[in-house]
Ligand binder design. Sequence first.
Ligand code: URA
Length: 238
Amino acid sequence: MSDKIRLQKFLAQCGICSRRKAEEYIQQGDVTVDGVIIHEMGVTVVPGISEVSFKGKVVAEKEPPVYYLLNKPRGYVTTLKDPQGRPIVTALITDCPLRLFPVGRLDFDTEGALLLTNDGNLAQKIQHPSHITDKTYEALVRGNPNDSALQRLEKGVMIEGKMTSPARLRRLAKKGGNTLVEIVIHEGRKHQVKKMFAHIGHPVIALKRTAYGKLRLGKLGIGKYRLLSSADINRIFL
Ligand code: URA
């Protein structure tokens, strides 16, 4: 159960006013606790239990915004429900009591960087076309795409009647008869990376997102997550 806190502090935490202003409101009789008008200072409340009203309207504490970076394993869906009963990414965040949702999506068989938050504003900002957030992927593709094939992807290719925006690509390594390629895109069309490589005849065998903007996955293990700081969040938009 939550601890008791002073009524003024509670009103401030709910974003109603400053603690000092709250004292004025309390003295004026604008605040009730469990239906009783409070005039004196020193009253305490239990967030989530006491019903506090300000000028006749119940006030509720805002959830603090939280941001996690998860290294999504393959075999998880990034929706909040799955009609086929497959595992859901939010189940991997085991120590957060708040309702989180993933920002954007990764395919069931894609692994790597996935942001989860309860902050709808940030989620919207990241996905809005006016905030060009680069997303970096490592794609293991079949065969050895030559320079001209990679340049076609850099310039843009026609996928489902629409050109893809310019992308940046570089070969990272040859793996047997296949190639590991880094690709940076800022769109988020469904299955975009897979469709782009399929378009040049080098289908994706395995896909991993390694960064959102300059926020990199780093050494975070598969299935592991970390809480992000505001400096981390700023890196997304660099
Ligand atoms: N592009 C894809 O094809 N799949 C993903 O999961 C992400 C980007």
